[in-house]
Design a protein around this ligand. Structure first.
Ligand code: CP
Length: 307
């Protein structure tokens, strides 16, 4: 593993495989009565979330505690950030405590990369703007393999607001390294040119859903969009929402994923979200084991000093 996890785009396939394998061992640990291991005792992690989060923040914190690290949760609204302190000064201040990991979520794409260039701690990207959300893609891959045994050759439809989704981008980078057949479904305004990752684009949901093995719904990123990407939520739901009628058009073994938080009734109906084919809560559960694996493997290559 490299010293930081800032994205999937440049992460070698072997490193991803190592994370998935290690996560599998940690998942066994999490099934025991005593779910804690001393693997990272003595290490310190700071969780630095400049954007709201439920799943990522809580599962990182649980992962850190299960690995016996000391955890510091940095509360941005109660910090000197609100007095105008820069990101650089904030992380340099935290670094001076001798922390080993900085887990960061930030609205600016590239913020984790900037921090990684300026601190001696290992940096883990917990979502940066519209760029990447690497641990989400890793837990998604883990969840797909758990249900379907492989990624290779699977037809995986990523549906909705690809343009503003860091989850979609990290998943596209990961799935393309493992030979999945990626389909991007959505209105032309929300499906951008994504580059040479072998993804097939469909502007007709029913055509794009034919024979898929995995449906990955994306949240409409209300906070990142301007107006005018689609006429109304009602229209979006009609053309791009996953409902039981559409789910029945796929196979009975097709799994439905969503990174959360879900806009129920817009990109996904409650019936689908709560159906037997939904693996949304399995994704959340797997987030702990995968994040444990990431921290554990990064610790094995902890850097000694800033470059
Ligand atoms: N999937 C995800 O990033 O969810 P949160 O925003 O709740 O962390």
């Amino acid at each position: 593993m490299t010293r930081d996890l800032v994205g999937i785009k440049d992460m070698p396939r072997e490193d991803i495989e190592q994370v998935l394998l290690t996560a599998s061992s940690f998942k066994d640990v999490l099934k025991r009565d005593i779910k804690k291991v001393p693997a990272l005792r003595g290490k310190t992690v700071v969780n630095l979330f400049f954007e709201p989060s439920t799943r990522t923040k809580t599962s990182f914190e649980l992962a850190e505690k299960r690995l016996s690290t000391d955890v510091l949760n940095f509360s941005v609204p109660m910090s000197s950030v609100v007095k105008g302190e820069s990101l650089y000064d904030t992380v340099k201040t935290i670094e001076s405590y001798g922390v080993d990991f900085i887990v960061i979520r930030h609205a600016s794409s590239g913020a984790p990369h900037f921090i990684a260039r300026n601190v001696s701690a290992s940096v883990v990207n917990a979502g940066d703007g519209i760029n990447e959300h690497p641990t989400q893609a890793l837990l998604d891959a883990f969840s797909i393999i758990e249900k379907r045994g492989t990624l290779e050759g699977l037809k995986i439809a990523i549906i909705g607001d690809v343009k503003h989704s860091r989850v979609a981008k990290s998943n596209i980078y990961l799935l393309s390294k493992f030979g999945a057949n990626i389909r991007l479904l959505g209105p032309p305004t929300l499906v951008p040119e994504i580059g040479d990752y072998g993804a097939e684009v469909f502007f007709d949901m029913d055509k794009g859903l034919k024979d898929v093995d995995v449906v990955m719904m994306l949240r409409i990123q209300m906070e990142r969009q301007g107006k005018g990407f689609f006429p109304s939520n009602r229209e979006y739901s009609r053309y791009w929402g996953m409902n039981m009628k559409r789910l029945k058009m796929t196979g009975k073994d097709t799994i439905v994923m969503h990174p959360g938080p879900m806009n129920r009734g817009i990109e996904i109906s409650s019936e689908v979200a709560d159906s037997a084919q939904s693996v949304v809560l399995d994704q959340v559960t797997n987030g702990i084991a995968v994040r444990m694996a990431v921290l554990y493997l990064l610790a094995g290559k902890g850097r000694q000093g800033a470059e």
